[in-house]
Design a protein around this ligand. Structure first.
Ligand code: SF4
Ligand code: SF4
Length: 165
């Protein structure tokens, strides 16, 4: 049974993600994350940019809300990461199962876990994106002008997330 409070949160901590999807999925996602740490930096967030995430900024060294990123981000790994991960075929199938069930299945319990899927909750055209886009751009601009450092920029962006949920 899906935890209804967590189910309606856009931003999730590691523990909340594990509570929603279970320890096995959390373990597999962590294996993928360790590969992503090696593969992603030279790529500089191609997928984040491509999905029009309001928090993506090419001048940032990483995702500004990494530890509270949404379930959609936690479940996304490109082919490069997916193929490099040392998981068995069964484990990789298991990892893809919730998304496949949502897309191909009866959109029951799994759909509750991806309640915004396939819309990305941090798209600038979505309700959350529209509400905070102006503030986010101000923060990026302050950072670009050297008025605040990256830690401060990330804290301000995270505060916006907490205000909106
Ligand atoms: S998941 Fe893939 S596309 Fe996205 S930042 Fe990492 S390497 Fe780049
Ligand atoms: S919130 Fe998600 S899409 Fe946006 S920068 Fe972070 S990981 Fe990328």
């Amino acid at each position: 049974m899906v935890n209804e409070v967590l189910n309606h949160k856009i931003f999730l901590t590691d523990n909340e993600f594990e509570e929603l999807f279970g320890p096995q999925i959390a373990f597999l996602v962590n294996v993928m994350n360790r590969v992503a740490v090696e593969v992603c930096p030279p790529c500089n967030g191609y997928c984040c940019k491509n999905i029009h995430c309001i928090f993506y900024y090419e001048r940032f060294s990483t995702c500004p809300i990494f530890d509270i990123r949404p379930r959609e981000c936690r479940y996304h790994f490109c082919h490069e990461v997916f193929t490099r991960a040392s998981l068995t075929k069964e484990e990789k199938d298991q990892l893809q199962q919730p998304v496949e069930e949502l897309v191909c299945g009866d959109r029951g319990e799994i759909a509750k876990l991806f309640f915004l899927f396939p819309e990305f909750p941090l798209d600038e055209q979505g309700p959350f994106g529209k509400a905070v886009a102006g503030e986010v751009w101000k923060i990026k601009d302050e950072f670009a002008r050297g008025r605040i450092n990256e830690n401060s920029a990330f804290s301000l962006i995270k505060a916006l997330c907490c205000e909106q949920i």
